[in-house]
Design a protein around this ligand. Structure first.
Ligand code: ZN
Ligand code: ZN
Length: 265
């Protein structure tokens, strides 16, 4: 099995203190064959931006230093918002990322972490979650150059309802629209295992969405821990690989120059 962890943060992200070299060593100790370093870029002014002039040479140097033990891929996680599409498209054209996760961290400029109350208050769960998927569709149409959509049903982590769970069947049309658009544009989704650390005991997204992506013809899947600490690198990766097989996938994807390469599970 070719073990990957294609989503992790280091101290280039404002919400992690982990040195990149320590994350790489942790991945080696956990038997990863390949990782992608995917520090944050979000255009909300309350986040610090990664300094690319430092980020790029540090990744290159460490990728070279550990090349006999692990493949380190140059990635980024960009918070997508159609409103910021011009800025996002400029960054993706200016810098040579091999892999880009596009994620919804904000909906209609309301950051789901900072503005949680503001976003959810006065909305039913159905409205709040529906708007999230409608905005996702706009993001996919306007932000051109990402490889996989990150933690697709992540909004269920932030809901302020008694039951925050999100079921494919309740948002079938909207989720199908998102999945069809991703497939048509040659983009994948990730299985993000951070849900096991945030109390949902499941992945983002869960298997029902994964199966639907496959049914509609989707083939591009990455697995990522979304680790911000060394201990979480490759967390629950076995669970994610089993889930992939259960959903009928035969391959996992890695990226070179933003193009997927398929590796047998
Ligand atoms: Zn994220
Ligand atoms: Zn992340």
């Amino acid at each position: 099995m070719y073990k990957i962890d294609y989503h992790m943060h280091t101290n280039f992200s404002s919400d992690s203190d982990a040195p990149m070299e320590e994350m790489i060593k942790s991945a080696i100790s956990k038997g990863c064959n390949e990782i992608a370093i995917t520090d944050h870029v979000d255009f909300d002014e309350r986040y610090d931006f990664t300094d690319y002039n430092v980020y790029i040479p540090v990744i290159s140097e460490l990728a070279h230093k550990y090349k006999e033990e692990i493949k380190v891929t140059f990635g980024v996680e960009i918070g997508l918002e159609s409103l910021w599409a011009d800025k996002i498209n400029k960054i993706t054209s200016d810098f040579p990322f091999d892999f880009i996760i596009g994620s919804s961290h904000a909906v209609c400029t309301k950051d789901l972490y900072f503005d949680r109350q503001e976003y959810f208050s006065g909305k039913t769960k159905e409205d709040a979650y529906s708007i999230y998927f409608k905005e996702m569709l706009k993001n996919i149409d306007t932000c051109k150059d990402f490889c996989v959509y990150g933690h697709m049903d992540f909004i269920s982590r932030y809901g302020t309802y008694e039951d925050n769970s999100l079921h494919y069947a309740d948002y079938e049309d909207l989720i199908d629209g998102v999945l069809r658009s991703l497939i048509e544009k040659g983009k994948g989704i990730e299985i993000n295992t951070s849900g096991f650390r945030y109390g949902i005991d499941n992945t983002y997204p869960s298997i029902d969405i994964l199966k639907r992506y496959k049914e509609l013809g989707g083939e591009i899947i990455t697995v990522g821990s979304d680790a911000h600490y060394t201990k979480d690198v490759a967390d629950h990766s076995d669970f994610a690989y089993d889930m992939l097989s259960e959903a009928g996938f035969k391959y996992i994807s890695v990226f070179r120059n933003r193009k997927p390469e398929f590796i047998k599970l």
